[in-house]
Design a protein around this ligand. Structure first.
Ligand code: DP6
Length: 329
């Protein structure tokens, strides 16, 4: 039969998701908030293959292997369990994000997979159901279901069905026009996965409880700043939240350090831009790359000045759309 084809984009968190309270269901310890980008789309086709002996997963033209394949087939098992359709699947996915380089490839990837698989296996495709489903592939994917800003609710830990209570929703009252300037310092896969780094941080970092408390405050401050169009508070809050997250993992045992000398040079340049009166703030995820948050009107200047000093490839992204079927039907 015809495959279902979905497209989704990565998102960058302004208030980070870092730490799970349930590993199996992928339930976070706190709410997080992100901007879905208009760059680096992932396109994923899924079809049922009733006669195939097992799932077939192709990533960028080659069969997926190891951990990556296991995460996708586990996700397909969940789709089969929910739909009651036992057929194996053929999945063909094309990524434009360098995989594993802290550019959130899993977010766009699992958002696209969730939508295509939901279409192919007849599961509900309303944004809330889809966000919950995508969450089970990768936590941050719950937010890429939505376009623009999205907040992922941790959900009430005491809820009768905690799986049901945790999903992302679009933030519709934001009054800022943000750009994210991605400074791509390294595009190779990382040595420690974000999943493992997160687990280790929660279990061992003495700084983690303080960061988590602060992060809950940051979320309220971020929502208000978006609503009020206060880009300075948006940037300052996001930068502090991200650097705080890195401090938690760097104090885990054994420590996880994604920041490199090149990252530090880029962070210094962001501070220099601010000293020159530009509104520019940094955020970083589970990798060495630095993303600069600024007003869309300043993006070109910021990109040029970041490229100048780092010599790195610089990509300007704005807010992008949520996950979509390619042939809307
Ligand atoms: C640093 O969503 O990749 O990008 O749920 O284990 O798949 P899993 O983790 P993942 O973690 C993303 C962490 C982050 C921060 C964020 O996107 O909020």
């Amino acid at each position: 039969c015809e495959p279902a084809v979905a497209v989704a984009h990565p998102n960058i968190a302004l208030v980070k998701y870092w730490g799970k309270r349930d590993e199996r269901l992928i339930l976070p310890l706190a709410d997080s908030l992100s901007l879905t980008l208009d760059a680096f789309p992932t396109t994923t086709a899924v079809r049922q293959a009733p006669d195939a002996p097992e799932d077939r997963v192709i990533m960028d033209g080659v069969p997926a292997r190891g951990e990556m394949r296991r995460r996708i087939t586990d996700f397909l098992d969940l789709v089969r369990e929910r739909s009651g359709i036992r057929a194996p699947a053929v999945v063909d996915t094309r990524n434009t994000v360098p995989v594993g380089a802290g550019l959130a490839s899993s977010a766009g990837g699992f958002a696209a997979l969730a939508l295509a698989a939901a279409r192919a296996y007849g599961l509900p495709r309303d944004p809330v159901s889809l966000s919950r489903l995508a969450r089970r592939g990768s936590g941050s994917a719950s937010r890429s279901v939505h376009g623009g800003f999205a907040v992922w609710h941790a959900g009430d830990p005491g809820a009768a069905d905690p799986d049901h209570a945790s999903y992302a929703e679009a933030v519709t009252d934001a009054r800022v026009d943000l750009a994210l300037v991605a400074v791509i310092l390294e595009a190779g896969p990382k040595s420690v996965s974000s999943r493992e780094a997160m687990r280790r941080t929660v279990a061992t970092s003495p700084l983690f409880p303080g960061w988590l408390r602060k992060s809950r405050e940051d979320l309220g401050r971020m929502r208000a700043a978006l609503r009020e169009g206060d880009i300075t508070t948006v940037g300052e809050t996001a930068e502090r939240n991200a650097l705080g997250m890195h401090a938690t993992m760097e104090t885990a045992s054994p420590p996880v350090r994604y920041r490199t000398a090149a990252s530090d040079a880029a962070l210094t340049q962001v501070r220099r831009l601010r000293a020159d009166g530009l509104g520019a703030w940094a955020t970083m995820d589970a990798g060495p790359n630095v993303k600069v948050i600024c007003d869309a009107a300043d993006a070109k200047t910021v990109a040029a000045r970041m490229g100048e000093v780092t010599g790195a490839r610089v990509v300007v992204a704005g807010g992008g759309p949520g996950a979509r079927l390619r042939t809307e039907d």
